[in-house]
Design a protein. Structure first.
Length: 84
């Protein structure tokens, strides 16, 4: 249940940011464009949040947990440089 709530809040956050950006860009043109821009920005933000939350989605190769584990394991290693 908690993960569903976190997912919904994440989508809402992205939708709100998208709506704000869309309304700001549309507001430069006119009031009607601000309204339309806000609606389209909200839709785009919710779509981005949905794509990002899907573990098998478009960005799955960039979010591999094994890569993160490898990077954290390498973080403490010391590299010795030798003069050749």
């Amino acid at each position: 249940m908690r993960s569903k709530i976190k997912g919904a809040l994440s989508r809402a956050k992205y939708a709100a940011v998208g709506a704000a950006v869309g309304a700001a860009v549309g507001g430069v043109v006119s009031r009607n464009a601000a309204s339309t821009g806000g609606a389209l920005g909200g839709l785009a933000g919710a779509t981005v949040a949905d794509v990002r939350s899907n573990p098998d989605g478009v960005f799955a190769e960039f979010r591999s947990s094994s890569d993160e584990a490898d990077e954290s394991a390498d973080a403490g290693e010391t590299i010795e440089l030798t003069d050749e």
